[in-house]
Design a protein around this ligand. Structure first.
Ligand SMILES: [Zn+2]
Length: 319
């Protein structure tokens, strides 16, 4: 992974921002005081388990604080105009972490901390797109009642963590601002591109975000040992170009990607490099005039059904 990033000269291209630990106040915008208090008493310098998947070791707390801090500072740099877009190459991931508990390798929800920092810095509307193969239950739950934060996820379903049905569309004032595409195992590049074109692009165009955040997991890669999707390196490039194009069209290019999962190291590295390369070039926004019927005819029936379920759930909101 490190070698692939070095070969792609990531460190020499663009601007490298310093990393610092997130403060408890920053993390406390999305996590409960009791949860953070428990973590800071238990995790620093120690080893153990917070749930059946989520372990920690003596270096974990520093990594957790730095991951969230990097996401916050990159977001601030983008909102200030110091950089247009960027990628926080951090671990542990964050999107399964709930307001009050660790889950699925995640202790602090980095992308949620970044979205809250963006709102605190004056962004009116923040969109979080999550293409990690797992549903980002924590991110969804933290913002599901908030009409200022749109959460869009496509994920293998049914699968860990169990949430992410297309019927989950948000709560109260946030109704319509949660968008889930529940793809069957085996979905590949054309299916993911169709999700972007038929679901995410129109939703983002309606929402008109000031900033787009990406939960950049690469575990939908065909070689990933934890999941069963078929996205390849070219697929991640195409998705990245579309997302950069949408950010260019909607919010001055402002895009902050934060690493999530990805457990085949070659697949992970390839996806990260393709995302970085796409961020370093003009984007290719999905065609706004695409005929959805023709598009859906061109993909696998299971993916077509998944997209139609999402569109149906959201058409009831608008009606
Ligand atoms: Zn994942």
């Amino acid at each position: 992974m490190r070698a692939a990033l070095a070969d792609a000269r990531l460190a020499e291209r663009g601007q490298r921002l310093p990393v610092r630990a997130a403060t408890l106040d920053e993390m406390g915008r999305v996590h409960t005081p009791a949860y953070l208090d428990g973590l800071t008493k238990r995790v620093p310098g120690n080893s153990g388990w917070l749930d059946p998947d989520t372990y920690y070791s003596p270096g974990s707390w520093q990594a957790v604080e730095d991951a969230a801090g990097a996401a916050v500072d990159l977001t601030r740099a983008v909102l200030d105009g110091r950089v247009t877009r960027g990628l926080a190459v951090v671990r542990p991931p964050g999107h399964h972490a709930e307001a009050d508990r660790a889950m699925g390798f995640c202790l602090v929800n980095n992308i949620a901390v970044a979205a809250a920092a963006a709102r605190d810095a004056g962004a009116s509307r923040v969109a979080i797109l999550d293409w990690d193969v797992h549903h980002g239950n924590g991110t969804q739950h933290i913002f599901e009642a908030d009409p200022a934060v749109m959460y869009l996820s496509c994920h293998q379903y049914p699968f860990y963590p169990g949430s992410g049905s297309p019927r989950e569309i948000g709560v109260g004032e946030g109704t319509g601002c949660t968008v889930n595409v529940a793809l069957a195992a085996g979905a590949g590049d054309p299916d993911y591109r169709a999700v972007m074109q038929a679901v995410f692009a129109p939703a983002l165009r309606r929402f008109r975000p000031d900033l787009v955040l990406l939960s950049a997991g690469f575990d939908a890669h065909a070689a990933d040992p934890l999941a069963a999707m078929q996205v390849d390196r070219a697929g991640y490039r195409a998705l990245s170009e579309m997302l950069v194009g949408l950010a260019d069209e909607l919010c001055g290019g402002r895009l902050v990607a934060v690493l999530e999962g990805g457990y085949d190291l070659d697949g992970l590295a390839g996806g990260v490099v393709e995302l970085f390369d796409a961020m370093d070039a003009p984007g290719v926004a999905p065609d706004a005039d695409v005929d959805p019927e023709a598009l859906l005819e061109s993909i696998a029936p299971s993916a077509r059904a998944a997209i139609q379920s999402t569109l149906a759930a959201h058409s009831e909101v608008k009606a």
